[in-house]
Design a protein around this ligand. Sequence first.
Ligand code: MG
Length: 369
Amino acid sequence: MTSAIVKISVYAVQVPLKEGVYTMSGGRALDAFDTTIARIETKDGLVGWGEVTPLGNNYLPSYTAGARTGIKEIAPRLLGLDATELARINGEMDLALKGHPYVKTALDIACWDILGRKAGLPVATLLGGRFGKTIKLYRSITKDTPAAMARRIKEFRAQGYRTFQLKVGGEPDLDIARIRATAKAVKPGDRLVADANGGWLPHEAARVVDAVRDLDVAIEQPCQSYEENLTIRRRTARPFVLDESIDSLGALQRAIADGAMDAINIKLSKFGGLSRARVIRDVANANGIATTIEDTACTDITAAAVAALAHSTPEALRFSVTLANVKLAFRTATGAPFPKNGEAASLPVPGLGVEPIMKVLGRPLYEVK
Ligand code: MG
């Protein structure tokens, strides 16, 4: 029996951040996640859930209103298609709207949820199987004074976390002090990543990487453009991570050919959901490039999808993972993998294993049927 799509409903939820304001380079700051949740229903009675949460309007070329408008554009084209035929679904989405991968993310994830529920298998199994019992998670350390950032690491270490991503960028002297102070707060075997989110000019990045050359720290996306990052990569021996610059398969292929990084950051919505993120993961891993797996921002449905992709990634190639890099004021779904002692696990149940809390979702913004 086919699982023809009969209805697509879209919900909007504003979820405040429990820990206050999340700050990145360039004065970019957020105090809530504005998430878009898609529900897909099929003729044979299956329901799948997907989610996309841009990190504000100025992190990547994605924004919340764009996701909601774009899904409305695509959804009518998916009616009648079999939700379990992921390649056909993605092909049709590309015909309905060229590019805009973030717009397609919630729909792709919802179809994976349906595929898993219909097959009776966890999405992690469909993506390759679970490597290890759990996934080690990282914590993001928001920009602050060097001492405060070092203190945060000690707090998170006490909670079981061993990988830390510092938010730096834009203030090279202070950033050097931040990296040096936090490097003292970690212990052997921990992983420390300084993520500038493209916030340094090349001359600033060159100073920073030189000033921390004696430390065990990885450098993530120091500058904005790929070319700028490549010059810094060639001037440092530190492990090097590209994130914002790797936003397509073509960008990844070029960067592999250039030897431009040791790890990449895969955000599901940069590539359009699980289908395309899996391709990026597999191509990177096949070339020895480790992968950080997460999404721009997220609540519980995305967390389940991230956990599925992360858990199906071999542990040696799992550079770092976060389900939600900040604590949220409330949950949007039950059943989602939840961090415990710095670890989590994808759920060994069919599909993504999450059930949205309908009183939190409220009435749909719109329905297409
Ligand atoms: Mg990053």
